[in-house]
Design a protein around this ligand. Sequence first.
Ligand code: IMP
Ligand code: MG
Length: 191
Amino acid sequence: MPGEITRTLLTSDQIARRIAELGEQIAGDLEEGGAAHRRIVLVPILTGSIVFVADLIRRLPLRLSLELVAVSRYPGQAMISKGARLRGEIPTNLSGAHVLIVDDILDTGHTLALVRDIIAEQAPASLRLCVLLRKRGRQEAQLTPDYVGFEIPDEFVVGYGLDHDGYYRNLPDIGVIRPAGLKPPQPESRP
Ligand code: IMP
Ligand code: MG
């Protein structure tokens, strides 16, 4: 096993409730001024946002489409930031569209900043950022997400789409993982 889950941070029920709230808020904002003739495009950042975006879009009763982008940040085993790297194509038809970028977690912010900047160049009608999680005290890039599901402590989390070394994305809850190689806390020594 590459690591061990030490505790549950957010249960699937808590996540579902929060996504229902986010959906209402986002739908309200995207509809402002009339959604009928708008082109609404969600841009999920792969791979971490797949579970989140799947649940979120079912809470958005709007006419919308999806354009995926793939960014990797943690190649191989590393848990430290190597900076954001774009993989594959980026959508090129976002001019005039109302765009919502969706990611699983805002950590340093380099991933979101990279995608935001590339999309902003295409002159969308509006551009908003939505993250399920935001880690406290970690942000380096200049950006303010429009929607945040939960603020979480600075710990490495997995589940609900979030991975460690490619695994754990399928867990329904979000939990804290202790990476392999890190010693478990030692039991208090007895005299
Ligand atoms: P950022 O560019 O530092 O904001 O990192 C964002 C990306 O790093 C996210 O899309 C995640 O894929 C990944 N990431 C950051 N923190 C975690 C974590 O605690 N667990 C799993 N993935 C993480
Ligand atoms: Mg990711």
